[in-house]
Design a binder for this molecule. Structure first.
Ligand code: SF4
Length: 102
């Protein structure tokens, strides 16, 4: 999840200055449309697509592991907050010893 946020910030840091530089070359009424299109295509859509891919990849961990029912598990980041590690289908950081119900 942090990777998605990181790359979204990087893309934003690149796209916004480039859009600002194009202001002198594109008529203002078209520049706003062009800007919204670029922001959607290069910032919002890749972030949304990456998030969907992240959720799809971790669907089993979120719904079927021991961690999924533990109060220390953060579903949005697929992270054990107690151990600060990412559980997988085959890896439970505490091996079940610190599991607590939600
Ligand atoms: S404490 Fe154990 S069971 Fe709970 S989320 Fe962390 S690793 Fe999973």
């Amino acid at each position: 999840m942090g990777e998605i946020v990181y790359w979204t910030i990087i893309r934003t840091a690149v796209v916004l200055p480039l859009l600002w530089l194009t202001r002198d070359y594109i008529d203002e009424k078209y520049w706003w449309i062009f800007s919204l299109l670029c922001i959607t295509l290069f910032i919002i859509y890749p972030a949304y697509f990456s998030y969907r891919k992240f959720v799809e990849k971790n669907q089993n961990v979120i719904s079927e592991t021991l961690c999924a029912s533990c109060k220390h598990f953060d579903q949005s980041a697929v992270l054990c907050m107690k151990y600060d590690k990412h559980p997988t289908e085959n890896y439970i950081p505490c091996e079940g010893t610190d599991w607590e119900p939600k």
